[in-house]
Design a protein around this ligand. Structure first.
Ligand code: BJW
Ligand code: ZN
Length: 263
């Protein structure tokens, strides 16, 4: 990552009035939460997406799918937000208006202090009934799940006794309407969008940076690898989120550990 690129991006960020921080799985990679599509470490290298992350998979084998998500929720609970998550919260505290729009189903932005991240693909912590959609409290469950999970039959809904399902968005399912609407509005009205750690391959989420770019916002991308979003990014910062984000905040506002100046 060239120093001049960081300086250029920091100047843009420091002047922006409305900022969107759009994050994907790479945002949480350095907390130990695996991405989906990275070679060697991505979840889809080890698991068949169609056997686990579709409504058909859940209908065919609810215990397999529920057990896999129990394992992932357990792993996220053990993970800690990193310096990059803290830098995102620092941007929120410093920019006049900023919002986090995330594809991630973990809660690391919340735990780093981000006010109200918009979750486009749901949450590991919001199970609901698969039939009547009644929200269900997160099961206490085991603090430890065996590596790679185990078959665990899902709990039953207290109202209609159908299976409880993970509160995430699977392939072929609609994104939650309020989250998608908020994301579209923020993308259309921001003057700077920072996209961090997403392959930009999954729609409609991948449209969010494209909408912002089309309507004239500056787009800054943080990713160690090229993505289709390179084409719409004004600045590409090639590097990992936990390093690049704190450097960007530091270059934009000085010491990121200090509280923002009022006025
Ligand atoms: C780092 C880093 C570090 C590494 N620092 N960076 C053909 C064309 C277009 C669309 C479609 C199509 N066929 C089907 C579709 C639609 C489909 C889709 O987009 N498919 C594509 C794969 C082709 N989309 C859907 O089905 C969506 N729904 C929909 O369209 O509904 C229509 C509808 C309307 C009305 C009624 C009914 C239906 C739903 C998509 C749901 C996605 N769900 C998942 C799983 C969530 C649950 C779970 O966690 O299990 O969401 S899939 C998975 O991908 C997850 C992610 O949020 C999403 C995006 O992945 P992300 O975050 O970009 O991660 P990766 O792994 O891809 O990339 C990581 C990046 O990080 C890489 O670039 C690395 O380089 C980088 N990185 N380390 C910074 N340290
Ligand atoms: Zn129910």
């Amino acid at each position: 990552m060239a120093k001049s690129d960081t300086a250029e991006a920091a100047a843009m960020l420091g002047q922006a009035r409305r900022v969107v921080i759009f994050t994907g799985a790479g945002m949480s990679a350095e907390s130990g939460v695996p991405t989906f599509r990275d070679a060697l470490t991505g979840l889809w290298q080890r698991y068949d997406a169609h056997a686990l992350a579709t409504p058909e998979a859940f209908r065919a084998d609810p215990a397999l799918v529920w057990g896999w998500y129990e394992w992932r929720r357990c792993a996220v609970r053990r993970a800690q937000p990193h310096e990059g998550h803290l830098a995102v919260a620092a941007i929120e505290a410093r920019a006049p208006h900023a919002v986090v729009i995330t594809q991630n189903v973990d809660d690391l932005h919340e735990r780093a202090g981000s006010a109200a991240p918009v979750h486009l693909h749901g949450s590991l912590f919001a199970p609901r009934c698969s039939a009547c959609a009644q929200p269900v409290p997160v099961p206490d469950g085991a603090a430890e799940e065996p590596d790679e999970g185990r078959r665990t039959p899902p709990p039953r809904c207290a109202y209609c006794s159908a299976s409880v399902r993970p509160g995430v968005v699977w392939f072929g399912e609609a994104l939650p309407q309020p989250a998608l609407e908020t994301a579209a509005e923020e993308a259309a009205s921001c003057d700077l969008l920072l996209t961090v750690g997403t392959s930009g391959l999954v729609y409609p989420a991948a449209e969010i940076p494209q909408v912002a770019a089309r309507l004239g916002a500056t787009v800054i991308q943080i990713n160690p690898r090229p993505t289709p979003l390179d084409a719409v990014a004004d600045v590409n910062l090639r590097g990992p989120a936990a390093q690049v984000l704190p450097a960007l905040v530091q270059a934009a506002w000085g010491d990121a550990d200090q509280p923002p100046q009022s006025g």
